[in-house]
Write a protein that binds this ligand. Structure first.
Ligand code: ASP
Length: 339
């Protein structure tokens, strides 16, 4: 930041997936999700308060969410129809519109880190499968067995789907509403949007996809414009929900386009995409623009989410109502997480 540039108030939002999350969920489970989201949010907020750039913060935040077994990314990712984990991720830098994406990963512990390397250290924007994993090895990233991503809950979810017989992926009109009703069995994909004190925007998203997906299926998460998008001209957006719907509508890019070409506010653009480009039950979006507060909206009953703004506003929630978070610990928490 040059001496002439003004300092922008930082802001951050993160999601841990959207879906039909049952309101009768055990309080202890709700608390576990809220505690995890709060811990990661405070880490990101502390780093932004310390002046760390949005790219580093977004990748760190998504890596922490990938390591948390509650969420469907990294350790805790859902299983495909064969019982295996196939992971994907994307990061996009609003400064220069550069992006890095990966898909079909079975052994990279933190897919979002590999996505960042694709963006910064390769001539490409999207790597898949064996070639992507060979690149991860060359970059010295941590490699794990596929079973490292497994948790008992994801096995239960696959078994439930198998017991139900028909694959929901036979139905092109499938939606997240009305199935996967309890906490943890929805999408639980993770994402983060950040504005740093230079005003630079970044979006990052990571997922294991959908339970029981066909082997080789790739969703919206790693597709620039579908599940992830960032431009300093408008906003940074991360989506979660039925990937096929987000891909058809280029949901995240559409939010940016409505701002860039139609002068809409971030709030109006997000609401319009959820209402007109997606259908009820498809999912949710988190977004931040060059100025102002973050926006977090969904057309599902719930979305795991949290946000913080330099002005001292921070909140976490699953359903419509959000709970305030005390911000004082932000800087201290970042120190602790790094130690
Ligand atoms: N969008 C992800 C996918 O379709 C799933 C999710 O957001 O939970 O792969």
């Amino acid at each position: 930041m040059s001496a002439l540039q003004t300092r922008t108030p930082w802001a951050i939002a993160l999601h841990g997936g959207a879906g039909a999350i049952a309101k009768g969920t055990e309080e202890s489970e709700v608390e576990a999700y809220e505690a995890a989201l709060t811990r990661v949010l405070l880490h990101g907020a502390g780093r932004l308060a310390a002046g760390v750039a949005s790219l580093a913060v977004a990748v760190e935040v998504v890596s922490l969410l990938e390591d948390c077994p509650l969420f469907n990314a990294g350790h805790g990712a859902v299983r495909n129809e064969l019982g295996l984990h196939e992971l994907e991720a994307c990061v996009m830098d609003g400064v220069n519109l550069r992006s890095g994406a990966v898909a079909g990963l079975t052994r990279v512990r933190n897919p979002i880190e590999l996505a960042r390397h694709v963006m910064t250290d390769s001539p490409h924007a999207f790597l898949i499968g064996a070639g992507a994993e060979a690149f991860a090895v060359r970059r010295g990233l941590t490699m794990v067995e596929n079973s490292w991503f497994s948790t008992p809950r994801r096995l239960e979810q696959l078994e439930l789907l198998r017991r139900e017989g028909a694959s929901r992926f036979q139905d092109p009109e499938v939606s997240l509403s009305g199935e996967g009703g309890s906490v943890g069995s929805g999408g639980s994909t993770v994402g983060c949007v950040v504005r740093d004190t230079r005003g630079d925007l970044v979006a990052a998203t990571s997922t294991g996809g959908l339970t029981g997906k066909w082997a080789g299926r790739v969703g919206d998460t790693p597709f620039v414009g579908a599940g992830t998008y960032a431009s300093n001209m408008s906003c940074a957006v991360s989506g979660t929900g039925i990937g096929e719907a987000f891909m058809r509508s280029l949901a995240c890019r559409e939010v940016a386009a409505l701002m860039e070409h139609h002068g809409m506010s971030l709030q109006a653009a997000v609401e319009r995409v959820l209402l007109h480009n997606l259908k009820p039950g498809d999912g949710g979006l988190i977004a931040v623009s060059a100025t102002g507060p973050v926006v977090m909206e969904m057309n599902t009953p719930g979305m795991y989410r949290a946000c913080a703004h330099e002005a001292g506003v921070a909140a976490v929630g699953i359903w419509t109502q959000m709970k305030p978070i005390l911000m004082e610990g932000a800087a201290a928490s970042a120190e602790m997480d790094r130690a």
